[in-house]
Design a protein around this ligand. Sequence first.
Ligand code: HEM
Length: 502
Amino acid sequence: MGLLLIFFCSLLVIYLMLWLTQRWRDLNFFKRLGIPGPEPSFITGNIFAARWSMDNVGECISKWRKEYGDAFGYYWGTVPHIMLSDLDLVKEVLVSDFNSYRNRNNQLSTQYPEFSMALQGLKDEEWKQVRSILTPVFTLSKMKHLSKFMADCTERLREVLENSREKNESINIHELFARFTSEIISMTALATETHPIKNPLDWFYVNVTKMFQGTMNSVTMLAIYFPLIGPLIAYLTPFTPFGRIKGSIRKKLVSEISRRKTWRPSIPDLVQLMLEARESDKEKLTFYLSDNHVIASSIFVLLGGYETTSNALAYTAYCLAVFPEIQDKLYDEIKESFPDGKVDLGRIHHIKYLDQVINETLRIFPPSPSFRREVTVDEAKLGPYRLPRDTVIEINVFGIHHDPNIWPDPWKFDPSRFELESKLKHHPMAWLPFGAGPRNCIGTRFALNEIKICLSKLLLQYRFIPSDKTESFPPKLDMLPATRVEPRHGLWIKLEKREDIN
Ligand code: HEM
């Protein structure tokens, strides 16, 4: 017993010494590079301060930016991050010197090894191959197949909204649109039929919501503070809510892929499109997309495409409710494009003002307030700095979108900023909701298709109006770095039926 105790104590001491040495090295990283930044805590780096010292991380990041400039260093647990807001340097990272920064760092991969098989997490040549196989899956012509799913879901959403309208109820559209996009993603990317639009207690929706809460749970935070225990945490992950749900989604996808060997759905969903894409260019490519790549990409499409799109939809509807003159102008344009009241999916992408309104919403409320890349060469030259391999660069999307020198009067909701002439005057990196360069968001068309179909169909029949629960603009926000911008109290509106519908 005594020997066992001595053995465990020695292990603990060795672990602590390793941790202290590694930590000391990490904490001097920015000092060595000459990059300014806030002083980190020895245990938690800066993330703890960012989460708790201010109202939200966004405010803290903006305070640091004022103090330390457009390229400063802070520590996410043990991992040093360079927060970048300088547009020319951002362009270097995302576009001009892309090959030096083409991978994405994500601390999720310690806990969720599948991440490294998904498009978001793949690295170097393997990412390039998989991206080139999957790019045709997301073309406009392929998206047309999926529009049918989106239109059907919108009709179910309308029925729920109509029910609330009849009762003159306020609706938390932040929650309702989450149910809407989760139904679309489960049907299109996970080959799973679910019904959260009509049933808020639907098992898939309830569990996916838990899963999202799980991505930033205390286990994840532990892995961030103490990376050396990452393998142990990876072992325990299947027992967390995230792990359990991911496990059941995975099981479903394995059996679905096997079924698709002899059966093809009449309307191809994303799983089908991915399976067909891997067969179509077989001769040209040196790489074969495995079932595991398809499964991991489907699961991480859920992570990348569900909350982002629902937030974009909810903020747009909220803005239209609080700015009625903008809603009227948008309605006139939609009505002019579809005079018979029927949304034509071919013409939906030609309604300029719809683009402007969505773009301005994504500027003020970018669903991904920041995103990350890492240095993929031995030494990258970024402006005055020399950055070693694996250095994490975080692009400060929220900060750039709210910089008064880039966007004057940044909290003013003004879709005219995206009129063609004004758009041309902007720096190409001034608007980054979907990232930029070769590794930008592959689901941009999917998301915009979904948002446009849903908004056009609803606006042709209803007017969005504020209710007594609607917060004045802008609503109070909560923000976590590299994850999302959430409305603290939800987003509430009411609906009024338009008299002039056909
Ligand atoms: C409004 C909705 C969305 C927003 C704001 C958004 C935003 C982003 C951002 C900022 C990135 C990182 C870009 C970069 O590193 O340059 C990204 C990557 C990605 N997004 Fe989206 N996204 C949205 C919807 C979607 C949807 C609907 C899907 C799938 C159907 C999707 C799938 C992906 C994937 C797979 C990647 C990784 C691409 C790669 O690494 O090659 N996203 N997204």
